[in-house]
Design a protein around this ligand. Sequence first.
Ligand code: PRP
Ligand code: URA
Length: 209
Amino acid sequence: MSKVFVLDHPLIQHKVTLLRKKETNTKDFRALANEISLLMAYEVTRNLPLSDVEIETPMCKMTGKEMAGRSLGVVPILRAGLGMVDGILTLVPNAKVGHIGLYRDPETHMPVEYYCKLPVDAEERTLIVVDPMLATGGSAVAAIQFLKDRGCKDIKLMNLIAAPEGVKAVTDAHPDVEVYIAALDEKLNDHAYILPGLGDAGDRLFGTK
Ligand code: PRP
Ligand code: URA
């Protein structure tokens, strides 16, 4: 489990509790998902490459650091992953965004792909795959495999809430991928929903239920 990081900063824990509450409405749910994503992104981007840059302060010349070009890509798994993108872009506005469309078949719980559009230079970037929920792990395992099949090598996964089953599925299938989560929950129910979880993230984000 060495590549699994539970980001349990007090601000994150507080906001995750608000996110889970059944009375939290769509507007607040959206805002919270983005706020938590921003806070998590601070940690997930800790090792992004920097390059030297010569600058001049009002006092003298110096060598500063800046983010190396073509450094980051954010890849939401549609549709609930969209709810995490703006928070990350607040912190890293020049990141490119790719999209992978997957839904879980309600009977088999297996992921079905319906869309994929990535930045042209995706394989040169650190890619952060984002999805609020890591349940069975089927969607995340498949999304990461799509990226690897397209030549991407530096991939991280960021979820708000994970079940142990999902964490195991991802770390077994992709041991090279770092997994960042805000909360590790207890288990899955018979419909592969996370307990205690927060319900259906897509429906809560978009008000579709
Ligand atoms: C949810 C969630 C993940 C997936 C997690 O998406 O956003 O993508 O389920 O489950 P897994 O780990 O068992 O694969 P859903 O299929 O409900 O689609 P949506 O985002 O369009 O609502
Ligand atoms: N997808 C969700 O939106 N919630 C869960 O608990 C599991 C999968």
